[in-house]
Design a protein around this ligand. Structure first.
Ligand SMILES: *Cc1c(COP(=O)(O)O)cnc(C)c1O
Length: 397
């Protein structure tokens, strides 16, 4: 058995061993192997003869066929991510997180179907539902992130999928995922989760009843702000549908980018601990500041999502939000512009801290807080320096 297939290994060990199969890292003719799966770049694959070409035409995985179907570098990353999700049958890789979300929704929904989408979803996910999915005849109903088992009341005979994201983008509400997946299973509805914030390290989604879990690998898995990719990891029942849709859409990723993602994955456990510690240290300092209205961080005891978060998650990442009490948009701009260690930029999960102004979009629920919202991605710096930077921001406000 391959080391990365050992279900008894703990997550941090799986991150180190995953995808390093001897057939991908070594060559028996050379008598040894390398540590990292090499970068296999390919479009064309050469066959020994016509019979070989015809036999491999039906191969779907783990056999070299054509560049678009992947090479060992791509399979190594997919294999390592599958190993992180107990109960998973496989992982598909996409050129971005948005591509992964869109491909999953397309694979699981057909014209006439009904989709339940969480109201706190990442904005481009909403845009896909309101745009291409609507054009394609799928009806989306947005639901309150705090609905829990009450989701049952929104399920119709046409409902095929419930999409979750927890904590929610920008506003960090924690969903009662086990309550929702229980209802979904009873009613024969599939569930898909955007698990970018937690990764399987802090929340193994399939073990909590989710059918398809998505990650923007661009964020914590890559970890170094230099590559984009997304993943879907699924149960045995759903995986073949995802795979055939990905093949039809021609979704393929670069082996060079997979090598970067694999490099990030090996250190995810230690980075995540530091991101979590830094985030909580900064959040706790902010909570004491007179300039701050609310801190939106589920690992804090005063957060409304804290009870569910501490029941279901084994830790926090470094992304959270806060409001500026009584400030207007101009004051928020002055605050952000005065920061120097927090770079102003989208994305998150890299080693460097980032800040963005955020403006939640809601349709099923109302975002009633009138104070302007700020989102921080705390990186791996010394938290005392991050706090000093924020203090300079408050002085400028
Ligand atoms: C960034 C992000 C995505 C999209 O990922 P990309 O790799 O940037 O396309 C999806 N979901 C969430 C929650 C994100 O923050």
């Amino acid at each position: 058995m391959n080391k990365s297939d050992d279900e008894n290994l703990r997550p941090a060990t799986k991150l180190v061993q995953g995808g390093r199969r001897p057939e991908w890292t070594g060559d028996p003719r050379l008598g040894g192997g390398v540590v990292n799966p090499p970068v296999w770049r390919a479009s064309t694959i050469l066959y020994d003869n016509v019979a070989d070409l015809e036999a491999r035409g039906h191969a779907t995985h783990d056999k070299l066929y054509y560049g678009r179907r992947g090479t060992p570098t791509v399979w190594a990353l997919a294999d390592a991510l599958t190993g992180m999700e107990p109960g998973a049958a496989g992982t598909l890789l996409y050129p971005s997180g948005v591509a992964a979300n869109s491909a999953g929704l397309l694979a699981l929904l057909a014209p006439g179907d009904h989709l339940l989408m969480v109201d706190s979803a990442y904005e481009p996910t909403r845009a896909f539902c309101d745009g291409l999915l609507a054009r394609y005849g799928v009806v989306t109903t947005y639901y309150d992130p705090l609905i829990g088992a009450g989701i049952a009341d929104l399920i119709t005979p046409k409902t095929r999928l419930i999409f979750l994201e927890s904590p929610g983008s920008l506003t960090f509400e924690v969903q009662d995922i086990p309550a929702i997946t229980r209802v979904a299973r009873e009613r024969d509805v599939l569930t898909m989760l955007d698990n970018t914030w937690a990764t399987p390290l802090l929340f193994p989604a399939l073990a909590h009843g989710i059918d398809v879990t998505m990650m923007s690998l661009t964020k914590y898995v890559g970890g170094h702000s230099d590559a984009m990719m997304g993943s879907l990891t699924a149960t045995r029942a759903v995986w073949p549908r995802l795979r055939s849709t990905a093949y039809q859409l021609g979704q393929a990723v670069s082996p060079d980018d997979c090598a970067l993602m694999l490099r990030g994955l090996r250190t995810l456990d230690v980075r995540m601990q530091r991101h979590g510690d830094n985030g909580l240290a900064v959040a706790s300092w902010l909570a004491e500041r007179p300039e701050v209205g609310r801190v939106l961080h589920p690992a804090r005891e005063d957060d409304p999502g804290h009870a569910i978060w501490s029941r279901d998650f084994s830790g926090a990442s470094g992304l959270f939000g806060f409001t500026l009490k009584g400030a207007d948009i101009a004051a928020r701009t002055r605050f952000i512009d005065a920061l120097s260690l927090f770079g102003i930029g989208f994305s998150w999960g890299g080693y460097e801290s980032l800040v963005v102004p955020s403006n939640p979009v809601r349709t099923a629920t109302a975002w009633t807080d009138s104070d302007p919202l700020v989102r921080l991605s705390t990186g791996l710096e010394d938290p005392a320096d991050l706090i000093a930077d924020l203090e300079r921001g408050f002085a400028a406000r």
